[in-house]
Ligand binder design. Structure first.
Ligand code: N01
Length: 550
């Protein structure tokens, strides 16, 4: 049985007004679905609202890290740098909210506490943190894969008399940093971006490092009018390339992101002279040109040694350089782009605390006490990452058929059918959920494909007069095996690799790699094939695949 559509507050409730939630609202509304977006933040923008720490910027060329759905928008919007800064991307997303008149259907400062499927009416009951209840046919989670902040529970933290701030919850009004003694914990993309900027502002910067980063000079620079015009003149071709590529990239803007590996170039067969010549020509990127490092640990270690050598040549203090040298495989974590990261450690007013040699004992009112001493601080910044991929959803009390809890169900890792849906949770869809290509593909074009697919599913349901769709458990398990197979032998799953990708960044979290490495092109081809086969892999109104309409 289903509830009549008029008894619902909306056809679709979208959770999150970041990039995917904004675009989902635009598309669902255009296709005639009454849509309400609930957003925890007091503004739109998602990631690009919350992560406003100094140095925050994108590591994908701006002309590609943007939407392609409206050629006029593409032509009108002017990007000022190869890699856009957080304020610029936040402005872009606000512009989208205004340009397509999205704001009337977005409720800001409205976090979702629980989402409960009502089996009797095929609808979702959403309860907000403020106690409001809303009912909809579908619930679409646009909650992001890197949106549930993780902060270590250091003893004594509450006693600290200075300011504690998290990079991913950076206050809109800013933080007083100029001339302060600043400490920062974390050396992932956020910490590496923030550290050079903080060093410029602080009277002294202390960097608490647990694991050294792999990071490459970004070569960011202003985008010239000519560069911009050249891409804009062939934007349809660029977008077509993005939509059809494994990582939704088109190598447009001329800014060197990375030197990509040449499959025929094997480091195991290289001579010391060849490696030296590569370092002289390419610097840190010399570690990335070898085709045999992706799945061979011995080859990988040789490339890591080249990377370490570059650190030793850049950082003057040998002990500091040694601490900055990674001791885990290249390709285990997301590669980082920086602006003067290693050079920052040559400054007299920057101290590196290597937590592996000098662990934290406690936080005290004046700062952080480690085994070897006290770092006196005015500001302590945690750039300690996220409960990634699943965290945003397990922090909401999501209840499926019979009250089953998503949090409990995902205790051993997130299970989903191609990231779109979870067996036992009918009418709940996810944008770029677990088992999708995730962050590996450039988000805006990736979001366009995902939201388009979800909207097509809604159309199929409407056309057939159906009210209930869920992932088939067997199809979900089979997809899980394909995700697992695609990642076998990759550095993401190397035994010495701990990262947010595999849950290894959070103590006690199940160690699972929930990202499909087969590429966005293959992923979407499979998704379209399933749709063409009557939504193969889904159960619609109790039947596997699509029953005949009517
Ligand atoms: O988070 P992270 P992030 N004590 O998990 C450390 C995207 N992003 O926010 O490696 C001490 O990578 C932790 O140490 P360890 C991008 O996809 C993109 O930086 O777990 N340290 C690590 O050094 C990225 O991959 C952009 O040992 C602790 C750091 O904190 C993803 O977001 C910019 C600790 C966390 O690094 C996440 O990046 C920013 C503890 N108890 C983010 N716990 C761009 O577009 C954790 N750490 C450029």
């Amino acid at each position: 049985m289903s509830t009549s559509d008029t008894a619902l507050d909306a056809d679709v409730i979208v959770v999150g007004a970041g990039m995917s939630g904004l675009y989902a609202l635009k598309v669902f509304r255009e296709r005639g679905y009454r849509t309400i977006v609930l957003e925890k933040a007091p503004a739109v923008g998602g990631t690009w609202y919350w992560n406003r720490y100094p140095g925050a910027r994108c590591d994908i060329p701006s002309l590609e890290y943007s939407f392609g759905f409206d050629p006029e928008l593409e032509q009108e919007w002017v990007w000022t740098e190869h890699f856009a800064s957080q304020p610029e991307i936040e402005r872009y997303l606000n512009h989208i909210a205004d340009r397509y008149d999205l704001r009337p259907d977005i409720r800001l400062s409205t976090g979702v506490r629980s989402a409960t499927f009502d089996d009797a009416t095929d609808s979702w009951l959403i309860e907000t943190e403020g106690g409001e209840q809303l009912r909809s046919r579908y619930c679409v989670m646009c909650t992001g894969g890197l949106s549930a902040p993780h902060r270590p529970d250091w003893p004594g933290l509450d006693s600290f008399e200075g300011t504690v701030v998290q990079s991913s919850l950076w206050p809109e009004e800013g933080v007083e940093l100029e001339g302060r003694r600043i400490g920062i914990v974390g050396n992932g993309s956020s910490g590496v971006q923030a550290i050079p900027e903080l060093a410029k502002m602080a009277s002294h910067l202390t960097v608490f490092q647990r694991t050294p980063a792999f990071t490459w000079p970004s070569q960011n620079k202003p985008l010239t009018d000519e560069e911009q015009a050249e891409v804009k003149a062939r934007y349809r071709e660029v977008r077509a390339q993005q939509y059809a590529s494994p990582l939704a990239t088109a190598n447009t803007t001329g800014a060197v992101i990375f030197t990509f590996a040449d499959p025929d170039k094997h480091i195991l067969e290289s001579t010391p002279e060849e490696r030296e010549a590569a370092m002289e020509e390419l610097g840190f990127s010399a570690a990335r040109i070898w085709g045999d490092t992706a799945r061979d640990l011995e080859a990988n270690e040789m490339a890591v040694e080249m990377f370490r050598e570059m650190i030793r040549r850049t950082v003057k203090d040998p002990e500091v350089a040694d601490s900055l040298c990674p001791d885990y495989p290249l390709g285990c974590k997301r590669p980082i782009l920086d602006n003067g990261y290693y050079e920052t450690f040559n400054r007299d007013d920057v101290t590196l605390v290597d937590l592996r040699k000098d662990p934290v004992v406690e936080v005290v009112p004046e700062g952080v006490r480690t085994e070897k001493g006290l770092a006196e601080l005015d500001v302590l910044i945690f750039a300690t990452g996220f409960d990634a991929v699943s965290g945003a959803l397990t922090r909401i009390d999501v209840r499926g058929v019979g009250g089953r809890s998503l949090r409990e169900e995902w205790a051993d890792g997130p299970h989903a059918l191609m990231g779109f849906a979870v067996a036992g949770y009918p009418n709940m869809l996810m944008c770029i959920g677990p088992g999708s290509v995730g962050v590996l593909a450039t988000y805006p074009p990736h979001i366009e494909l995902q939201v388009g697919w979800i909207a097509d599913l809604f159309d199929h349901m409407r056309e057939g007069g159906h009210t209930r769709v869920e992932a088939d458990a067997a199809a979900q398990a089979d997809w899980g095996r394909q995700v697992e197979e695609a990642s076998q032998g990759s550095m993401f799953r190397a035994p010495t690799c701990n990262s947010w990708y595999n849950g290894g960044n959070i103590e006690g979290k199940a160690r699972v790699f929930p990202i499909y490495l087969g590429g966005l092109d293959r992923f979407m081809a499979r998704a379209e094939e399933m749709a063409a086969n009557g939504y193969e892999g889904f159960v619609i109104d109790g039947q596997v695949g699509s029953p005949a309409a009517g």
